[in-house]
Design a protein around this ligand. Structure first.
Ligand SMILES: Cc1cc2nc3c(=O)[nH]c(=O)nc-3n(C[C@H](O)[C@H](O)[C@H](O)COP(=O)(O)OP(=O)(O)OC[C@H]3O[C@@H](n4cnc5c(N)ncnc54)[C@H](O)[C@@H]3O)c2cc1C
Length: 442
């Protein structure tokens, strides 16, 4: 082991006070053998907040306070040193020290990188213009809200959101809702693919979503190839040009085309880095004294963009950090995730492949009046994918069955009716099975 100290006596430094870093602190505190000295350094000036709720904040559905996870006093009460508004710039692995952009130097025995990710930027001219935003943190949300409250409130105006995935949709809807009371602010949503949320939805569900958003006044454009952003006479963004020659007026542009792991610190420190900082199943990097988790890490070629797998990483890493190196700790294993969209009044739930493969059996149901749509993909009686639009109540049950690899042949005819009907048939089949205890007793 690299340190002669017991795990509890070690100086643990966590870089990043975002969702992963904060959750790790909470989990460590609940552990009987928590490290005695914990320091958290975050580049943002606000203590950790629920980033997921930036979307309802932008939409005006929540107040800022609702996002706070714990304030700085809480960290002090827990005996944790919290340093905010400082960015770690270098790591000296030999000396086990790090330096921040404020010139602060800190020693560590174990270091955790929880630096998240950066918004991806398409390689088009004009992206650096004032008025072009991303949607990642509180400052971004504040800037967008300010736009709707000032410029858009005074002169109406046009906002263009680039990217028709989860984040782009939530940004566009948030802006549209904010702009509703303003002077006819128009929001356009550009999606390069032929459908919205192309990584989660089949064409039918995507079209249902598109027509719902259009009916709310959002200008949705699929198959939209971005050419460049044009500068106005005031030096700010003025228009977005599409490859087919269409110009779209734009006073505000939001780029939401995806994320790139923020692995820079690991790269500078000479750790093994691919797209993210490469970690093993105990979230340990190529340096045994340094761990990484959350959106900055890469495990078996996989990087992350949702909190569910990150919560599982936190459990594993907290356990690893609190136990002696000689003690076995169960490792992190990747598992499929389901997707939900946080747009009020739109309910969708999806997991697995978007398109049916040659071996898939497709079951689908559509009720145009209710606006409900369900499509299930089965292989040999087992569920591999589902897309639910409208009534999504059965989504978690389908996901559970898919994760468990349950044979659903016995409830096939009730599968589209919902969880209760399908489960009842499964239960009946289990009771009738020659190997079931009930049958044997009878
Ligand atoms: C608007 C929005 C909506 C979302 N909605 C959902 C959702 O509905 N469901 C879902 O599962 N996920 C959602 N996500 C994704 C989710 O928020 C992320 O998966 C999660 O925040 C990742 O946690 P993280 O700690 O890895 O990164 P982050 O939460 O981004 O935290 C990283 C922190 O590290 C700091 N940092 C970076 N570099 C340094 C440095 N060198 N020194 C010090 N500090 C540094 C950053 O400033 C940041 O505060 C959403 C994200 C956004 C932006």
């Amino acid at each position: 082991m690299h340190s002669t100290q017991t795990p509890t006596g070690e100086r643990l430094v966590i870089v990043g006070n975002g969702m992963a870093g904060h959750r790790l602190v909470e989990t460590l505190l609940a552990h009987p053998a928590r490290p005695a000295h914990i320091t958290v350094i975050g580049a943002e000036t606000a203590p950790a907040y629920n980033r997921i709720l930036l979307s309802p904040l932008l939409a005006g559905e929540l107040e800022r306070d609702a996002l706070t996870l714990h304030d700085a006093e809480w960290y002090a009460e827990q005996g944790i040193e919290l340093i905010l508004g400082e960015r770690v710039e270098t790591i000296d692995r030999a000396a086990r020290t790090l330096t921040t952009d404020a010139g602060r130097r800190l020693d560590y025995d174990r270091l955790v990188l929880a630096t998240g990710s950066n918004p991806a930027r398409p390689p088009v001219p004009g992206l650096e213009l004032p008025g072009v935003h991303v949607f990642r943190d509180l400052n971004d949300a504040d800037a967008l809200v300010r736009f709707t409250q000032t410029q858009a409130a005074e002169r109406g105006g046009n906002a263009v959101v680039i990217g028709g995935g989860l984040l782009g949709l939530e940004a566009a809807e948030g802006l549209r809702k904010r702009g509703q009371g303003q002077r006819g602010m128009q929001v356009s949503l550009l999606q390069r693919d032929d459908r919205l949320m192309n990584r989660q939805l089949d064409l039918t569900a995507a079209r249902l979503l598109e027509s719902e958003l259009r009916s709310r006044g959002l200008d949705v454009r699929t198959g939209a190839q971005l050419e460049c952003l044009e500068e106005g006479s005031d030096g700010r963004v003025w228009a977005v040009h599409l490859a087919d020659g269409t110009p779209l007026p734009a006073d505000c542009v939001v780029v939401a085309i995806g994320i790139v792991p923020n692995a820079e610190l690991g790269r500078i420190a000479g750790l093994e880095v691919n797209r993210g900082v490469v970690v093993d199943e105990w979230l340990t990097t190529s340096d045994p004294a340094i761990h990484a988790l959350g959106e900055c890490c890469e495990h078996r070629g996989q990087t992350y963009g949702l909190v569910e797998p990150i919560w599982r990483q936190v459990e594993v890493l907290a356990d690893r950090l609190c136990r002696p190196a000689t003690e076995h700790v169960a490792g992190y294993v990747d598992a499929p995730c389901a997707t939900k969209l946080k747009v009020s009044g739109v309910s969708l739930y999806a997991f697995g492949p978007t398109e049916a493969g040659p071996d898939h059996e497709v079951l689908s149901y559509r009720d145009p009046q209710q606006g409900d749509y369900r499509r299930l993909l089965l292989r040999n009686g087992r569920l591999e994918g589902a897309v639910l639009y409208g009534d999504t109540a059965a989504g978690p049950w389908y996901f559970e069955q898919a994760l468990a690899g349950s044979d659903l042949s016995a409830c096939r005819q009730a599968l589209l009716l919902g969880a209760a009907d399908a489960q009842a048939l499964l239960d009946d089949a289990a009771t009738d099975s020659p190997t079931s205890p009930v049958k044997e007793a009878a």
